[in-house]
Design a protein around this ligand. Structure first.
Ligand code: C5P
Length: 239
């Protein structure tokens, strides 16, 4: 794999809430990562202007808002996300088949085969365990639910999923090679685990079949963040 291919796989998690921080990170890291993840905190604080700011620096955006609502509402929100020109955005597969299929149909109608942002589904959050699922009346084991929801998303025309590195092989097997898999919980050999429990190195995650890696603190908290990003690229290339 080339350095450019490896760099394109890295999504930097912008876990901040101020415009000035976003500008700093977009300026510093645009040459070193493939994408910037804008989540609920940052988007609630700063809105769509933050997406335009990143794009101004030449950065691509993963809009991580995890939509979950009635089919029409999610389809319309997704349309606005795609119109902003974000490269990736997402919804909860637990919203159901109709919600996902209506979203894909709405996007296809607008973009008519033209390049558009890819929609990902979140299956079961990695913060959930068997007990969390039982509390809401789901009695299947987590890995079974993950595969069930990923397969349902694929059937609805969704482009891929967000999943923990451990789930990648199962999802690859069930959903095939052209289904995108984005994984957080990745820790380069040089970094601390922080609060992440089931971690893999970037090279391992890519080897096991992940298309994109969401990485925050190993870059943000490094003494030299640009160098840390470059070291991660090197780890992936070497792996
Ligand atoms: O700093 P760190 O690399 O742990 O950041 C990972 C990012 O991925 C954070 O924005 C976190 O919210 C997100 N994430 C995660 N685990 C999930 C889903 C999202 O760490 N299962």
């Amino acid at each position: 794999m080339t350095r450019d291919e490896a760099r394109a796989k890295i999504i930097f998690a912008l876990d901040v809430n101020e415009f000035s921080d976003v500008e700093k990170w977009a300026d510093l890291l645009s040459p070193h990562v493939g994408m910037f993840k804008v989540g609920k905190q940052l988007y609630t604080a700063c809105g769509p202007a933050v997406v335009r700011m990143i794009q101004k620096y030449g950065g691509e955006v993963f809009l991580d808002l995890k939509y979950h609502d009635i089919p029409n509402t999610v389809a319309m929100a997704s349309l606005e996300a795609a119109r902003m020109g974000v490269k990736l955005f997402n919804l909860h597969a637990l919203g159901g088949y109709e919600m996902m299929a209506k979203t894909v149909e709405t996007l296809d109608k607008e973009f008519k085969g033209e390049e558009r942002g890819k929609v990902l589904a979140v299956t079961i959050l990695t913060s959930s365990n068997e007990q969390t699922l039982q509390e809401v009346g789901i009695n299947l084991p987590v890995p079974e639910m993950v595969v069930k929801l990923a397969s349902l998303a694929k059937k609805a025309g969704i482009d891929g999923v967000v999943a923990s590195p451990q789930e990648v092989p199962l999802i690859r097997e069930a959903c095939g090679n052209d289904f995108l898999i984005v994984t957080p919980g990745v820790r380069p050999a040089f970094a601390a685990a922080d609060d992440q429990k089931r971690i893999m190195t970037p090279a391992e995650a890519v080897k096991s079949g992940a298309d994109y890696l969401v990485i925050g603190r190993p870059i943000a908290a490094a003494p030299n963040p640009a160098e840390a990003a470059q070291a991660i690229v090197a780890e992936i290339v070497a792996g």
